[in-house]
Design a protein around this ligand. Sequence first.
Ligand code: CU
Length: 105
Amino acid sequence: MLSKLHFWAPMALALAMGAVSAQAETITVTVDKMAFSPAEINAKVGDTVEWVNKDPFAHTATVKGGWEVMLPVKKSGSITLDKAGTIDYFCRFHPNMKGKITVSP
Ligand SMILES: [Cu+2]
């Protein structure tokens, strides 16, 4: 009985640590042909959203009254989500480009 316990305890610890490191994710949104793809994403607090601009002109990911991430030509930009809620964002240069992030706690 005792030997079984010794075998399983480190396993349980390893699984718990794996779960912790898997918690914060980076979600990639591609910016291509004047559109965010995917336009709507789900994330958790602590996750990072990275936009990769594949277009030959600059874009932004802008939240009205909030943050703005510049996305120069062929470059990427990112932000770490620090609170739960729904974020609607757009491109400052092309306001018809819209995206949405639903952030769960
Ligand atoms: Cu744009």
